[in-house]
Design a protein around this ligand. Structure first.
Ligand SMILES: [Zn+2]
Ligand SMILES: [Zn+2]
Length: 372
């Protein structure tokens, strides 16, 4: 099918859309492959989205882009990449109950069976159905395309005050750290340490700020990211990652350490720092994936009555709550997007993300691309 104006298909009440589309695949070896495919039609309970913003995640790098390392829920099955999509509905399949053509939405990035215990809790990330659990961009086609199919039950309504790029940020990173922040209960009583200031760490800082945290300290190795955390006023203090970090954090907190820490680095040394720089009765959340950690349970945790939480993605209902709060807080997650590319330049976008010399990197279309 040619990519031209003669292939436009009319949708009632909506701009026409095309019958063929471009889509990005990640075959490994740091490659991005763009293919032209027919635009799919939504089946029962599904919608077709015009993808407006689709951001690149650290997990795409870790498990897919360089080589296909993931297993199980992180096993990439050669589908259209991208699990952080946001867009506008251009067609609804039969049986949809809530959403309609024209609605602005973001996609919770894992489609679960909907009826297992985890799905009923809203944690489709943890769906136990081998047959029905399929993550967008991993086991089913994702958002690095002009159009995508999503199941209606995976959609979160995007308030008018938020841009599509804001929505894409909520689909994975902001949703994930919001869950961790809820688990350890960050509020105005707290100083917070964030280890790792990649997009997820920056998101954690932005949300902790709005939750009222009084001192936010960030640790990172990449200079660009340290600068970004300061220039966006997300951290009050930033530290280069090194072996003195625990002492430095204690110095910044009257010798006590922080009340809350969130690891977004997945680095072994940074994780021990997060534990050791947290004061008695403090809480630590591990969000960064992969790697290991070493600490001494008695002095580092048990005797100081500390708790360490693991936190993986979030629930659909908490994502709905988050978009409402973002509007209330006037917080725009797209602010941590430093680079926007069109789908044609997806290879450049992934290469930049792989270098780490950036904040969040987004593939955008239509009005979102011109917001550069
Ligand atoms: Zn992600
Ligand atoms: Zn399930």
């Amino acid at each position: 099918m040619m990519w031209n104006s003669t292939t436009l298909r009319k949708v009632e009440g909506m701009a026409a859309y095309r019958q063929s589309m471009r889509a990005a695949f990640l075959p490994g070896n740091d490659k991005v492959e763009l293919r032209t495919l027919p635009v799919p039609r939504p089946g029962h309970g599904e919608v077709l989205l015009r993808v407006k913003a689709s951001t690149i995640c650290g997990s795409d790098m870790r498990c897919i882009y360089h080589q296909h390392l993931g297993r199980g829920p992180e096993g990439y099955q050669g589908v259209i990449a991208g699990h952080e999509p946001s867009g506008q509905i251009v067609e609804v399949g039969p049986g949809c109950r809530r959403f309609d053509v024209g609605h602005r939405v973001l996609v919770y990035h894992i489609s679960g069976c909907g009826v297992c215990n985890d799905c009923r809790r809203g944690y489709m990330i943890s769906c136990t159905s081998e047959k029905y659990r399929r993550a967008y961009g991993w086991q089913r086609d994702g958002g690095m395309a002009d159009y995508m199919i999503a199941e209606e039950k995976d959609l979160i309504a995007l308030p008018d005050e938020l841009s599509y790029a804001d929505g894409a940020q909520v689909a994975c990173g902001f949703g994930t750290v919001y869950e961790a922040i809820e688990k350890i209960g960050v509020n105005g009583d707290h100083s917070v340490l964030i280890t790792g200031l990649g997009p997820v760490g920056l998101a954690a800082a932005a949300l902790c700020r709005k939750r009222g945290a009084q001192i936010i300290i960030g640790i990172e190795v990449v200079a660009e990211r340290l600068r970004l955390a300061v220039s966006l006023n997300l951290c009050d203090f930033v530290l280069n990652a090194d072996s003195d970090n625990v002492a430095q954090v204690r110095d910044l907190t009257r010798g006590f350490g922080v009340e809350r820490a969130i690891d977004c680095s997945a680095n072994a040394a940074a994780r021990s720092t997060a534990i050791r720089a947290t004061r008695k009765w403090g809480k630590i959340a591990f969000v960064g994936e992969g790697g290991t950690v070493e600490f001494n349970p008695s002095p580092d945790m048990i005797h100081d009555q500390k708790s360490i939480y693991g936190s993986w993605v979030t629930t659909t209902w908490l994502m709905e709550e988050l978009v409402e709060r973002l509007v209330r807080w006037n917080l725009h997650p797209a602010e941590i997007i430093t680079h926007r590319f069109s789908l044609e330049d997806a290879a450049q976008a992934y290469a930049l993300m792989a270098s780490g010399r950036c904040g969040k990197v987004a593939i955008c279309a239509d009005e979102e691309l011109t917001l550069k």
